[in-house]
Design a protein around this ligand. Structure first.
Ligand SMILES: O=C(O)C(=O)C[C@]1(C(=O)O)C=C[C@@H](O)C=C1
Length: 325
């Protein structure tokens, strides 16, 4: 019987789908629902009680932030309709888990090419993929272009790698001329699902290329953390600070230092505020190790709150063992 509905960036066969399967692998009561975009994964989870979880990409070990997801978190913290307690914003969603998926991109085609050499019989090659992928295969694509100097290469963005696989197949089928080749960069699973040939395997520039995903659900008021089974936890906060106040970021980070809290990541994204229309303002994202046995978390959050303009605790969740690999 299906009791849990998990949304992911579809169609099936994406790396997000893989992350969702990994997260719920021990359960057999789960339905997986493909979304057409990362924003839809957030919106549906907020509005539609039939969706229980969404799994979204956050960062890649080769080309960093998945800005779509960072900006969706930012927009929710800054939204004037988000609940406020003092200067703390309490969004409708919370993070309850993380997953790491090893990314092995393949070059796919519906045409039998016998390897990349078969491309020389085409004048134009149009390659589809998700925008996050280009930075993970840039050296490979440069070499491919050098190897085929008479071919005109173009790239086109799709909503996901599986969407790219479907587009390459559809465009090739609908193409009247014999001079244009349509390719996709997607997973091996997508090749099988959409019946495409693998022209080249493992084309990502860096071996061990990995994407980190967040598991989101609607915010629950109470959640208890297990503190005696050795599980490590991590928390994510976002915050804004005074723009022209020297040391304001240092003051915020000093709270972590004073409480011996280990920061594991810090990122920023620009934001525009209607209250202050000046450009070059930034929202910060900080993750830190959370030890549930530590006594003074209330004092920690009180002090953090005192050092920033607005802040938001997105969740405290178990550190996935794959983080260390
Ligand atoms: O298109 C997919 O397959 C996704 O799951 C999205 C996504 C991303 O946005 O980072 C996930 C992993 C890869 O790094 C490339 C694309």
């Amino acid at each position: 019987m299906v009791t849990t509905n998990v949304m992911f960036l579809g169609p099936p066969g994406t790396y997000s789908h893989q992350a969702a399967l990994q997260q719920f692998s021990s359960r057999n009561d789960v339905k997986y629902t493909p979304a057409s975009s990362i924003p839809q994964c957030f919106d549906e989870l907020e509005r539609n009680n039939d969706v229980d979880y969404s799994v979204v990409p956050l960062e890649n070990s080769t080309n960093g932030q998945v800005v779509f997801s960072y900006d969706l978190l930012r927009d929710r913290m800054l939204d004037k309709n988000t609940t406020v307690q003092g200067n703390q914003k309490v969004p409708k969603l919370e993070i309850v888990g993380e997953q790491y998926v090893s990314i092995t991109h393949c070059l796919l085609s519906s045409v039998e090419l016998q390897g990349t050499d078969g491309m020389d019989r085409f004048k134009r090659v149009r390659i589809f993929s998700h925008p996050q992928v280009w930075g993970q295969v840039s050296e490979y694509l440069s070499k491919l272009k050098r190897k085929h100097p008479n071919v005109k290469f173009e790239t086109a963005d799709c909503t996901s790698t599986s969407d790219a696989a479907l587009k390459a197949r559809e465009e090739q089928a609908g193409c009247k001329d014999t001079e244009t080749l349509f390719l996709a960069i997607a997973s091996e699973t997508a090749a099988t699902l959409y019946d495409l040939n693998i022209v080249d395997h493992s084309i990502n520039d860096k071996l061990g290329n990995t994407t980190r995903f967040l598991v989101l659900r609607r915010h629950h008021q109470t959640s208890t953390l297990v503190c005696n089974d050795g599980t490590m936890y991590v928390s994510l906060i976002t915050f804004t600070i005074e723009q022209d106040d020297p040391g304001s970021l240092v003051d915020m980070l000093t709270v972590l230092k004073k409480h011996a809290v280990n920061m594991c990541s810090i990122h920023s994204r620009p934001y525009n505020s209607s209250a202050n229309p000046r450009k070059w303002q930034y929202i910060f994202y900080v993750e830190y190790d959370y030890d549930p046995k530590k006594q003074d978390w209330d004092e920690f959050y009180k002090q953090l709150s005192g050092e920033c303009m607005q802040w938001c605790l997105w969740g405290t969740f178990p550190r996935n063992h794959k983080y260390y690999q």
